[in-house]
Design a protein around this ligand. Structure first.
Ligand code: ZN
Ligand code: ZN
Length: 218
């Protein structure tokens, strides 16, 4: 697929998560990845983009990636997709949920539960779901040739924390080595926090990936 893409990064919430607005210029369709806070700012950016938002994708269920989901669901009416194993993060008991000190309106239940190999499609763009568990059981990466959105699995020179309930360090490293590191070097990584990087740069310079840092004590 050789469509021209619009990719905008918004840094949202108290934990500075990346919310990505992705659109296809030729079709005018778009998606929002990880509406983690600052709902009004995301809404404004959607309006400015002129995109017709068809999908909201969550790389995982942590509050810093979903805190503005309720607002963006309400604004766009778009379908919400999350991996099956992280869906229970979206089940709130009251009208407000709280996690990591972030309190947010409990979103409506997801429309689509994802599994490894699924494809998420808007007109002109298809993203393949790569299940990359470890940071959370249902963490996913989303791949289209040349680009991968990794959530909190891998960052520029870092990896996601596994200090949380449900996290697994060995699973996280396994996801990185057996899945992400099989992607071509030139693939740009759009991570859940921080700036873009590439698979090749992380293969070479990420101490958690290239074996320079001893991971055994985690
Ligand atoms: Zn997270
Ligand atoms: Zn995060």
């Amino acid at each position: 697929m050789d469509e021209k893409l619009f990719i905008k990064r918004l840094v949202v919430g108290s934990l500075s998560a990346n919310c990505w607005i992705v659109g296809v210029e030729s079709s005018g369709e778009g998606l929002v990845l990880d509406p983690g806070g600052n709902g009004e700012e995301i809404s404004r950016a959607i309006d400015e983009s002129g995109l017709d938002i068809k999908l909201i994708i969550l790389t995982h269920g942590h509050s810093d990636h979903i805190a503005a989901l309720y607002d963006i669901q309400g604004k766009t009416g778009a379908e919400v997709a999350i991996h099956n194993s992280d869906a229970d993060f979206l089940e709130g008991l009251g009208s407000y949920s709280s996690q990591f000190g972030i309190s947010y309106k409990t979103p409506h239940p997801p429309d689509r539960l994802l599994h490894e190999g699924d494809c998420l499609t808007i007109e002109g763009l298809s993203l393949k779901v790569i299940h990359t568990p470890g940071h959370t059981p249902g963490s996913i990466s989303l791949y289209t040739p040349g680009k991968v959105f990794t959530g909190d699995t891998i960052f520029r020179r870092g990896i996601g924390t596994t200090m949380m309930p449900g996290s697994s360090r060995s699973q996280l490293l396994n996801s990185i080595h057996t899945k992400l590191m099989h992607l071509p070097d030139e693939t740009v990584i759009y991570a859940g926090h921080g700036r873009e990087t590439t698979i090749g740069a992380e293969r070479r310079d990420n101490p958690y990936v290239n074996g320079k840092r001893d991971n055994s004590y985690w």
